[in-house]
Design a binder for this molecule. Structure first.
Ligand code: SAM
Length: 243
């Protein structure tokens, strides 16, 4: 197994697949390839939902919390668009640049280290504001959503795919203690701040007077991969990669 890869499937799934294929490693290849394909399908489904009219294609995209830039490259290719990715981790920005160059996309995509909560862009810049599995890392969800909306161009689209806890019923003020305890374990394992629900996100988006807000719970599609994610954190490389 490659030392570099580890098993951070959520952070590095594309790198993981690439590395497993490159080194012909048998470890986790099946699970990682499955996750990679599922993620690709997720991107396709989301973009199909948002861009039903093929004439409406984003020309400028920002990938907020871009990791090693898998979404950026995919979207830049799919739409022949310019894409800028931001991540907090310099090593990811570097790897993302390297992958873009090696795939002939250097003129289409670029990456920088920057904070999603204080993005280095003027307002109203991007036709598509994309955030895949980065929202759960944001300690201030209101600031996060505000920044996504600020950089979106008029008439632009914001797509957020993120981990959420279940919606509370009208009679509930919080999650049950057993749910809170389970969430704490997950947050401790993946260094995540507090979560919110899908309806909390919807309320934040509504508070900014955004239009045509849609939300869907994809738990049932993600659930099959969850055991692989848990297993990955239990491996030595997975453990090391969390340090
Ligand atoms: C789980 S990874 C997801 C990466 C990629 N979007 C994907 O779907 O594979 C989370 C990403 O969010 C980034 N991130 C977390 N907090 C951030 C912040 N405040 N500003 C910018 N990026 C952040 C991390 O650096 C990492 O790239």
């Amino acid at each position: 197994m490659s030392e570099k890869v580890g098993c951070r499937v959520f952070e590095n799934e594309e790198g993981l697949v690439a590395e497993c294929l490159r080194t012909k490693s048998h470890v986790s290849t099946g699970c990682a390839a499955g996750i990679f394909l599922a993620k690709e399908q997720m991107v396709e489904l989301l973009t199909a939902m948002c861009y039903e009219n093929p004439m409406k294609r984003p020309k400028s995209i920002v990938d907020v919390g871009c990791g090693i830039g898998g979404s950026s490259r995919y979207l830049a290719r799919k739409y022949e668009a310019q894409c800028q990715g931001i991540t907090l981790r310099p090593v990811q920005a570097q790897m993302a640049e390297g992958l873009a160059t090696s795939q002939g996309l250097a003129s289409k995509v670029s990456f920088q280290v920057a904070d999603a909560l204080n993005q280095p862009f003027p307002g109203a810049q991007f036709d598509l504001v994309w955030s895949m599995e980065s929202g759960e890392h944001m300690p201030d969800k209101a600031k996060f959503v505000n920044e996504l909306a600020r950089v979106a161009a008029p008439g632009g689209t914001i797509i957020i795919v993120t981990w959420c806890h279940r919606d509370l019923s009208p009679s509930e003020e919080s999650l049950r203690p057993d749910e809170t305890a389970l969430l704490k374990k997950i947050c401790d394992a993946y260094y995540l701040p507090a979560w919110c629900s899908t309806s909390d996100y919807v309320k934040l988006l509504q508070s900014l007077s955004l239009e045509d807000i849609k939300a869907e719970d994809w738990s049932q599609y993600v659930a099959p991969f969850w055991p692989a994610v848990i297993r990955s954190a239990l491996t030595w490389n997975g453990f090391i990669s969390l340090l």
